[in-house]
Ligand binder design. Sequence first.
Ligand SMILES: *Cc1c(COP(=O)(O)O)cnc(C)c1O
Length: 390
Amino acid sequence: MTDYRPETRTVHVPHPVIEGSRPITVPIYQTSGFSFDDPETMADGMSRPDGPFSYGRYGNPTVRSLEQAVSGLEGGVAGVATGSGMGAINTVLLALLKPGDHLIAQRALYGGTAGMINKLVSRYGVEVSYVPEHDPTALRAAVRPETRLVYLETIANPMGQVADLPAMCGVARALGLISVVDNTFATPLLCRPIEHGADIVVHSTTKYLSGHTDVVGGMAVFADDALHREVWGFANELGPTPDPFAAWLSLRGMQTLALRMERHCANTRLLATRLAEHPSVTAVHWPGLPSHPSYEVAGKLLPDFGGVFAFDLAGGRPAGERFMRSVRLALVAPSLGGVETLILHPATTSHRSLSADELARHGIGEGTVRVAVGIEHAEDLWADFEQALT
Ligand SMILES: *Cc1c(COP(=O)(O)O)cnc(C)c1O
C-alpha cells in the first residue's frame, strides 16, 4: 500500500486482522458488498442463500446472525430478515401467491396485514376467505381446489384471540396448504408455531424481539429449505432488506428477551386481574383470564399469555378519552413490545373513522383501551392506572 499515491491509499484502507481473540458481540458489517478472489465464488454467492456473502440485498453477516438467532429460537431451518414486519409478511405473501390463488385467513388480523390482503384481492387477483382462528371445521369447509395458503396469528390484536395452531395447521398440512403464522405477540418463548405444524413464522421484530422501541424490523422463518430458497430468491428482487445496524440493534435487544417476557407477562397478569375487579371497568380482554373466549385454547398452547390486553371502560368514549389524558407514567403511543408501557384508545385514534357499529364488528368498544404492558414495577403501573380511573 505504501507504493500507492495518497488518492489511492485513502480509498484502500487496511482491514483489521484479528488473531488470538474474537469480538464478544456480533460486529456490525456495515458494507453493501463483498469482494472475491475469483468470479466463480462470486457467482456461487449470488445463486444460493447459504453461499459466500456477495451483495447486501442477498445477505450480510450481521443480518445472517439475526436470521440464525430467530430461526434457531423458532425451530426453523433458516430465516429471511426484512426492514419491517410488514416487509416480512408481504414478501412471504407476494412470493407464494399468484393471480387465481385462494388464501384463507383468520378474521382477527393485524391492521396492516388486513389492508395488504385487501390489495392482493383488488389488484393482484388473489381470492380470500375468512374463518375464525379456533375453528378447523370452518377452515376445512373453506378450502377450494385453488387454495394455496392459510394465514394465522398466534395471539391477535387488540382483543387477544388465540389461534388453535395444532388444529388449524394440522388441517392445512393434511390438505397440502402452506400455513403462515404471525408469532409477534407470543414470541418464540411462549409459542413455536413450527412445532405445531406451521410452515412459515413471521415476526415484527420491532416489538418484543428487539424490545427497546428503537428499531423497526421483520423476519420470516422457514420450516424447510425449499420454501426458504423460494422466498429468499423472491426477496432478492423485491428488496425488503434490513440495514446491518438495524439488525444489530435487534440482536442486542433479543439477548434480554426471556427476562423481559417474564416481566411483561407478570405485570399484565397483575393489571388485568385488578382491572377486572375495578368498578369503572366492564370487561378485560386477555387470554389468561377465565372470562376470555380463548382461555381454553390458550391454556393448551401457551405457558403464559403475553403483554398486551384491552379493557372496556363503563363510561364509553368520554371515559376512554379521559383515561388517555389522565395517565402519567404510561405513554399514549402506537406500537407494543418495548420496555415502556404504552396505551391507546382505538375509538379516538387508530379506529376514529369507524362508527360504533363498525367498531363493534372489530370487537372494539367506544370505551376500549389497549395496553401494551412494559417492564416497570407493576405497583407503579397499577398506581398510575388507579389514579387515572378516578
Ligand atoms: C406491528 C405488527 C406488524 C407489522 O410490523 P411492522 O414492524 O410495524 O411493519 C405485524 N403483525 C403484528 C402482529 C404486529 O404487531
